[in-house]
Design a protein around this ligand. Structure first.
Ligand code: NAX
Length: 327
């Protein structure tokens, strides 16, 4: 039997945590043969609620759940962590400017980056879910100089899964028949859900839907899905966000299926003309615990415009956190 690995989760008493922790502990993320130790971080006032979640985790009697650690100190929660899912963040409040939001999150992700740098496993895989996820990932990464920049990723997988589901619904085909769509850029309204390479049952997706629907309805429906969930549920996406986090980490750790790719927010190496260093959604394949950008895909003028617009937004966010001294 395998040795347990350490999985740190921040914001563990929150909505996403309430779904995510149970999926990790049941083996959905790292496999049904991989025991896990959960290392849960919360702010001090939420530790009581977190303890209630821990009680429920224990009550599930998950065979793979080897131990649970809780703390309000990132130096404890990230100690020797092999995986870190950074979910807790400062939400945008009414009237908040982007600079205020980025500054408030800098107060969370800078110390967390420093703590990961100091105490996490040298091979830790970090996924940032808490918004603004791409730039929060950049802040954590830039404050962890002893770790490889590629160890820091941001979640665009929920957008990717939403894009699959919307296309499945439109074409009347099962989600499993859809391959190789890409979410380029920021997890925000500027994201570009790209169907140009996607297939449905092995046939080009764009031959099966009309161009006007794709350009004028599909892209904005995917990008605005989060707002539609809030409108319907009165709360933001939680179980679907947790499921996407599971998918992201599972594929990164265990690999993507042959001939298929997924979307991950990762540091740009300049591929596809995206400014180096931005944490940007790319098409990737994963193998042996490493991801690689899918190279050589054709980029139409339409795609180019969308890819550059979302890169521009991320560049502005980076400029803003530079001004604040966070990176
Ligand atoms: P909740 O407000 O339910 O939970 C967040 C938890 O984080 C709270 O329990 C809070 O006490 C904790 N927290 C705050 N600061 C912390 C810190 N410094 N250290 C540790 N814990 C801290 O939010 P939830 O619905 O779970 O969403 C969490 C984050 O995910 C939000 O930022 C949200 O915007 C983001 N999302 C990102 C998505 C993505 O696709 N990347 C989609 C879903 C979600 O909207």
């Amino acid at each position: 039997t395998k040795q347990p690995v350490r999985v740190a989760v921040t914001g563990a008493a929150g909505q996403i945590g309430y779904s995510l922790l149970f999926r990790i502990a049941s083996g959905d993320m790292l496999g049904k043969d991989q025991p896990v130790i959960l290392q849960l971080l919360e702010i001090t006032p939420a530790l009581k609620a977190l303890n209630g979640v821990v009680m429920e985790l224990r009550d599930c009697a998950f065979p793979l759940l080897a131990d649970i650690v809780t703390s309000d100190d990132p130096m404890v929660a990230f100690k020797d962590a092999d995986y870190a899912l950074l979910v807790g963040a400062m939400p945008r409040k009414a009237g908040m400017e982007r600079g205020d939001l980025l500054g408030a999150n800098g107060g969370i992700f800078k110390p967390q980056g420093e703590a990961l740098n100091a105490v996490a496993s040298r091979d830790v895989k970090v996924l940032v879910v808490g918004n603004p996820a791409n730039t929060n990932a950049l802040i954590a990464q830039q404050n962890a100089p002893d770790l490889d920049a590629k160890q820091f990723t941001a979640m665009v997988r929920l957008d990717h899964n939403r894009a699959i589901s919307q296309l499945a619904e439109k074409t009347g085909k099962p989600v499993s028949s859809i391959k190789n769509l890409t979410i380029w850029g920021n997890h925000s309204s500027t994201q570009y859900p790209d169907l140009s390479q996607a297939t449905v049952d092995g046939q080009p997706a764009l031959d099966q839907v009309d161009r006007d629907w794709y350009e004028n309805s599909y892209i904005s429906t995917v990008a605005k899905r989060g707002a539609a969930i809030i409108e319907a549920r009165g709360l933001s996406s939680a179980a679907s966000a947790a499921s996407a986090a599971i998918d992201h980490m599972r594929d990164w750790a265990l690999g993507t299926p042959e001939g298929e790719w997924v979307s991950m927010g990762i540091p740009s190496d300049g591929s596809y003309g995206i400014p180096e260093g931005l944490i940007y959604g790319f098409p990737v394949t994963c193998k042996n615990g490493k991801y690689e950008i899918v190279q050589g895909l054709p980029v139409s003028d339409f795609s180019r415009g969308k890819m550059d617009a979302t890169a521009q937004e991320l560049t502005e966010e980076r400029d803003e956190v530079r001004k604040l001294g966070l990176v």
